[in-house]
Design a binder for this molecule. Structure first.
Ligand SMILES: *Cc1c(COP(=O)(O)O)cnc(C)c1O
Length: 395
């Protein structure tokens, strides 16, 4: 009996039903567990797949439930949770890349990942090529004999450029590399990268999956043997384990993920279409708009277009950023994305090129973003109230 996503978010991974057991799982906050000399060794290298819980940095019942549920939602064999989205992605890089290896990376992606790839990875002896992965041919051209991993983000923050996951998976595999997809913005409601050929899916659970903006978390989903290696070789020793209390909040958030994504999408459409008609607005970027350059790929690859959009204005973007920060009321002028409440933040093009992005094609980015984008994480308030707030703030 195939179980659908709307059911899995509520029941996925919750195991056998025992009379008298609580229906809502309580977070297990214990850091340590009763054990026995025959049950588990003291070293991470002794960790077996069927080892009991031993120490929470290694594994924990609440994290295990979250990991099982995420694996089911993404159609992966297993998942591994981390303290944040950054810990998950840098953990995956640490596990899969060594000195002398080559990484192909989407040139537009989460700023923290772009900066890490620009600064830290070369110091570790990892070569990085930054490519505009929205054209798969650019990925093909960047492949080298030592390419071990291709990491893409789709849709990519903050200009909502898309990458064709199936096409890039085929290119990565033909070159003997693996493909990792940061699917934080799409969520499992929108896209399942593993079904399209990806080896790993990364999520900042902090965003839509938690959804309420009150817990940091990250996860990697993929093959069970690879994730067991990652747990043993990276998570246990780097120590960026997710807090069980955060996992509990994230599990609670997941229950409403499909409902929230539906409303995020409907509101993003309403706000995006309204912004497109505004006289001060230069361009609106959202995968669900007919005007999106990759609208056909969006329809093919995304069942839900998510709630993140960006817009640019025709003149004085920096002045408009100050004006919106002062005037927006329902919408909060703040970073982050994917929570219930609407957020807006200005990302100046010169600033982000200086600090974060090593772009393959600066002109293409400037064409999309202009002087800068107002990134709007459209929340689940009444769409008319969000629009009215932008109306008065943009005046
Ligand atoms: C926020 C975010 C991250 C990083 O997640 P944190 O939990 O803040 O570390 C990575 N990728 C994307 C696309 C994000 O939006």
């Amino acid at each position: 009996m195939p179980i659908n996503l709307e059911t899995l978010v509520l029941h996925g991974g919750d195991g056998t039903r025992v009379i008298g057991e609580p229906l809502a799982p309580a977070p297990v906050l214990s850091t340590t567990y009763f054990t026995h000399p025959d049950a588990v060794g003291f070293s991470a290298s002794d960790l077996t797949d069927d080892a009991p819980h031993f120490y929470t940095r290694w594994s924990n019942p609440t994290l295990e439930l979250l990991e099982k549920r995420l694996a089911l939602l993404e159609g992966g064999e297993a998942a591994l949770s981390f303290a944040s989205g950054m810990a998950a992605i840098t953990g995956l890089f640490a596990g899969r890349l060594k000195s002398g290896d080559h990484l192909v990376l989407s040139d537009v992606c989460y700023a923290g990942v772009a900066e890490y790839a620009r600064q830290a990875l070369p110091r570790q002896g990892v070569e990085v090529s930054f490519v505009d992965s929205s054209d798969p041919q650019n990925v093909a051209a960047a492949m080298r004999p030592n390419t071990r991993l291709v990491h893409i983000e789709t849709p990519a923050n903050p200009i909502l450029k898309l990458t064709d996951i199936a096409a890039v998976a085929a290119i990565a595999h033909a070159g003997g590399a693996e493909l990792s997809v940061d699917s934080t913005i799409a969520t499992p409601v929108g896209t399942n990268p593993i079904a399209l050929g990806a080896d790993y899916v990364c999520h900042a659970l902090t965003k839509y999956i938690c959804g309420h903006g009150d817990a940091l978390g990250g996860a990697v989903i993929g093959r069970a043997d690879r994730l067991a290696e990652l747990r043993r070789d990276v998570l246990i020793h780097h120590g960026a384990a997710l807090s069980p209390f955060s996992a509990y909040l994230i599990l609670r958030g997941i229950e409403t993920l499909p409902l929230r994504m539906e409303k995020h999408q409907a509101n993003a459409r309403a706000v995006g279409e309204w912004l497109e008609g505004h006289p001060k607005v230069r361009r609106v970027l959202w995968p669900g708009l007919a005007s999106h350059e990759q609208a056909e790929l969006a329809r093919r690859q995304m069942r839900n277009f998510s709630g993140l959009l960006s817009f640019s204005v025709k003149s004085d973007s920096a002045g408009m950023a100050r004006q919106l920060a002062e005037r927006l009321k329902t919408v909060s002028y703040a970073v982050s994305l994917g929570k219930t409440k609407s957020l807006c933040f200005y990302i100046g093009t010169d600033d982000i090129l200086r600090s974060s992005f090593a772009l393959a094609d600066e002109r293409a980015y400037r064409d999309r973003a202009g002087e800068g984008v107002f990134r709007v994480s459209v929340g689940i308030e009444d769409a008319g109230d969000i629009i009215a707030d932008f109306e008065q703030a943009l005046r």
